[in-house]
Design a protein around this ligand. Sequence first.
Ligand code: SF4
Ligand code: SF4
Length: 378
Amino acid sequence: MEGQSDFNRWFGRAKTLVLQPTTLCNLDCVYCYLPFRRLGNEMSSEVARAVAASAVDLTDSGDELDIVWHGGEPLALGRRKFAALLAPFEELRHAGRIQHSVQTNATLIDDEWCDLLAQYQIHVGVSIDGPAALNTRRVDLRGRPAFDRIVRGIRRLANYGIRFSLIAVVGAEGIKQPESLLDFLADLGPHTIGLNVEEMEGVNDQQCGITQDQAERFWYGVLNWRKTHDGGPALRELDRLADYLGLARSGRGDEWCRYGLDPIPTVSVDGDVVLLSPELAGIGDDAYGDFLAGNVRSQSIASMLDQAHRLRYAREFMAGLRRCEAECEFWDFCRGAQACNRYFENGSFATTETDYCRLTRQALITALYTATTKEIAT
Ligand code: SF4
Ligand code: SF4
């Protein structure tokens, strides 16, 4: 059996802690993977204090840790309770050892929330899938479109001067119109746009039916849009590719991912911790059990990471990574994509290809190849 040294070969230090302040969400998006989004389970101050104590260990090297509040809908907790969860981290924040981020649907953002977000210097990520016609699957609990409320919240952030990023799930319609999708998102004024081609995960077990050919044409359109929108918002996926190509071109390709994959400890409302993919929180099956690495009230996250090689799904994922490294021509750039997609799509972490890696990693590289060869030919 592989030991901890094997885990350390693939994984670096935790750069991100994902925290679930509440399971509740005020929306009911058609593709949502969260199983308990209608339940109002909330993180206690005791759990937040335990996470902050763990964050002390995880930042003693001097590297900053990103604390990502990701529900449910984190703002559904209310400002007072949310501020109480932030309080145990204040010393670390003032020392520059942690930085807060929140991933929100923006529908609850008002000026008081903007005050709080500014006070704690929280990075804000908003989920919106494009203009109204592409956003129809983001609906409230009564099935009504959430589009107007999302845009209102985004405009409030912009008016208040809070920097925000946007993340869009690109479905079967959005995949056909990269330029108009990006025009719309860029007009909202984000500093970064992330594009998630729809995938199968958690309780969202619907295949979206997007083909690799469609995905390649989509990324080709994204690359073209970038060329004509210099000075526009950063595009997360293209920036990652540019970082890789920059290193590879200067003969420093081995520095890409040199610090390893982020094990992404994810802490649920009751302190339970899963590793590798936040989507594994709150689920389980006969083969893998509950995916738990431990509970932060009784064990530090650093010690859970020290024992991570004992987890069946971590061992299997490492076997999958080994196969990726040996077999896949996209390995140098990709470095293995997401653990959860292997499980949700293939039923095992020891596998390699998934729709996610085909549509997001492989299709992006082949689109770049097509764009480059066309440029050389003209
Ligand atoms: S806003 Fe997020 S958490 Fe809420 S239903 Fe939609 S995808 Fe799920
Ligand atoms: S593209 Fe897919 S198969 Fe290739 S390295 Fe990435 S995850 Fe593995």
